[in-house]
Design a protein around this ligand. Structure first.
Ligand code: B12
Ligand code: SF4
Length: 517
């Protein structure tokens, strides 16, 4: 069987970083780990080609070559995902779709005329699909009621990737999260019992990307890396030795819950394994909203102290924020800006609350008759998809103003300077010899921010202070500066897109208020 694996286009978003990626000559942030995992689970005598539409067009010769087209994607990619199903059907190809979007919104994919829906986790449903294909079936829907043990998951087919097109390689140690935030679809898709790989299994995966020549950023894409603290410590103790032996070829990033700050041993081990960044779901500094959304883990210890502890331990904190919770008091946007300024978190991912299909939030809003349309999106440029307890106009205005302030170039450059100064010095990684990519990026950055930008005086002032006081991890500081290239443009997009949608919403208000149930 000749299989064409397709990954649809992402819209321009908080995460797309076009301008920052252009500095380092990369085409996209990360490759699709789901699809290369699918390729590893399918029979290895099948032939595979992978096209990530975020880095290249699909050559007509690939369409001609393929007997089966497999498409995966998340909800934000749905427009292109549905378009690629149509393109494949136009060419009479057999089409199978799976992954997060198809799993949470199967009806939309079926209506687009995909032949096979292979939902939930592929470790269980792909063998059912392969049997059906071998029997000669031409359509089917496969679902799993169980969650697979990821100890059986084979090493993803990293060899199918054009690695140099990406900034970061993804790898996964665990799936699932023990918490129960009301808006979260992770626990719907991957469950509340974190399932981990074995340390040896994960190290073999790192070994594979190392052998394929990868060096640099690796994103451990776990839903909550510290969901199973016992197993993660076992991994880190072995990983630490491997990293040392290989002379720290990777700098690691992951996602974790904020209770990480309460475990000094865990933080220490992560730093020793060269974890450089950690993404925390802070959501809001408003305690009532955190309790209402069942994010109790964020109410137990003061958030500012926790963020400070992780930072001083030597890991850069990135954080997610949400506006629009039920019962939220006015000026929530200002409180988020204030919180970010106080903690000086460089990258604050911010969006309006969206209900995703089948989450506890979705089910509650459906019962209360408050859903506005049937699909969520959780992008930074989309309005809420339900009727909130205060007006959408008020929330959207606060949101746009807050986003605007967060990525104001002066505020951003000052924030990252102060944050970098307090970031703990990990002192374990050996600096790699600068690559041509880094030298090119640095020259472009100096030209853009040091010569062309209106904030050039601030750029130089802060850079000189960094060179004098803390030159050792200069690359981290300059990378933070490079993100400004993306955000100073992206805040215009957020403002424009939200204002257009808000105007449409206000114009059609009587209709939109006919709430779908
Ligand atoms: C890494 C990641 C990203 C990366 C994307 C990198 C990339 N190129 O793919 C980045 C950081 C860019 C990102 C961004 C966002 N992400 Co994201 N992301 C993830 C994360 C943490 C890991 C994805 C991954 O690699 N998983 C590991 C692989 C092995 O799992 P998998 O893809 O699910 O694949 C398995 C099965 O689904 C199945 N499978 C997958 N595809 C297929 C196809 C077929 C045919 C078959 C049979 C099976 C199958 O088999 C695999 C093995 O079991 C997931 C969470 C998660 N646990 O997956 C969220 C997740 C996918 N992201 C999500 C969201 C919402 C976003 C954002 C919108 C967040 C935001 N608010 O901005 C943005 C959007 C991006 C944009 N540009 O607009 C949601 C998607 C929800 C949905 N229902 O679609 C998830 C599930 C997390 C969440 N709930 O918040 N994300
Ligand atoms: S901590 Fe994160 S992954 Fe876990 S339930 Fe809450 S939002 Fe979901």
């Amino acid at each position: 069987m000749r299989v064409l694996l397709l990954y649809p286009l992402f819209p321009k978003s908080f995460w797309s970083f076009e301008k920052t990626l252009a500095l380092i000559d990369c085409k996209a942030l990360m490759p699709p780990l789901g699809l290369i995992t699918v390729a590893a689970i399918l029979p290895q005598e099948w032939k595979f080609r992978l096209v990530d539409r975020n880095i290249q067009e699909i050559p007509e010769s690939d369409w001609d070559w393929a007997q089966l087209v497999i498409i995966s994607g998340m909800i934000v990619q749905k427009q292109d995902l549905l378009a690629q199903i149509a393109a494949a059907k136009q060419r009479n190809k057999l089409v199978a779709v799976g992954g997060p979007y198809a799993t949470t919104s199967p009806q939309e994919v079926l209506e687009a005329k995909a032949d096979f829906l292979v939902l939930d986790e592929g470790e269980i449903t792909l063998p059912m699909f392969v049997n059906a294909i071998k029997k000669g079936d031409r359509s089917g829907i496969f679902r799993a009621t169980e969650k697979p043990a990821v100890t059986e998951t084979p090493i993803p087919r990293y060899d199918l990737l054009e690695m140099k097109a990406y900034d970061t390689m993804p790898i996964q140690f665990s799936r699932g999260c023990p918490f129960q935030c009301e808006f979260c679809d992770i626990i719907v898709m991957y469950g509340r019992k974190p399932r981990t790989k074995t340390p040896q299994q994960l190290i073999s995966e790192l070994e594979r990307i190392y052998d394929l020549g990868w060096r640099g950023a690796v994103f451990m894409v776990d839903d909550n890396f510290i969901g199973n603290k016992r197993n993660v410590k076992l991994l880190l103790k072995e990983l630490k030795i491997w990293m040392q032996q290989k002379q720290y070829p990777f700098s690691l990033t992951t996602e974790a819950s904020v209770d990480l700050a309460q475990d000094d041993e865990l933080m220490q081990l992560m730093v020793e394994c060269n974890f450089k960044k950690v993404f925390l779901g802070i959501e809001t500094p408003d305690k009532e909203s955190l309790s209402l959304t069942s994010k109790f883990q964020n109410t137990r210890d003061p958030l500012i102290e926790s963020i400070d502890k992780i930072t001083r331990a030597g890991m850069q904190v990135m954080a997610g924020f949400i506006i629009g919770f039920d019962g939220e008091k006015p000026h929530a946007g200002d409180r988020i800006v204030q919180f970010v300024e106080q903690t000086q978190i460089p990258l604050a991912m911010f969006s309006m609350l969206q209900a995703l299909p089948n989450t506890a939030l979705w089910n509650r809003l459906e019962q209360e008759g408050r859903l506005l349309n049937t699909s969520g999106n959780i992008n930074q440029t989309t309005l809420m998809n339900f009727v909130p307890t205060r007006s959408i106009e008020e929330i959207a205005t606060e949101y746009v103003n807050a986003f605007w302030q967060l990525y104001d170039p002066v505020a951003y450059l000052n924030r990252i300077f102060h944050y970098y100064m307090k970031l703990g010095d990990a002192r374990n990684a050996k600096s790699l010899r600068p690559k041509w990519k880094t030298i090119r990026a640095l020259s472009l950055l100096l030209w853009k921010q040091g010569v062309l930008a209106p904030v050039r005086w601030l750029f130089w002032r802060n850079l000189i202070r960094v060179l004098i006081k803390k030159p050792r991890e200069l690359e981290i500081y300059l990378t933070l500066c490079a993100y400004l290239e993306h955000f100073s443009e992206y805040r215009f997009i957020v403002r424009e897109q939200i204002n257009i949608q808000l105007a449409n919403y206000i114009a059609t208000k009587p209709e939109t208020e006919k709430i779908a149930s």
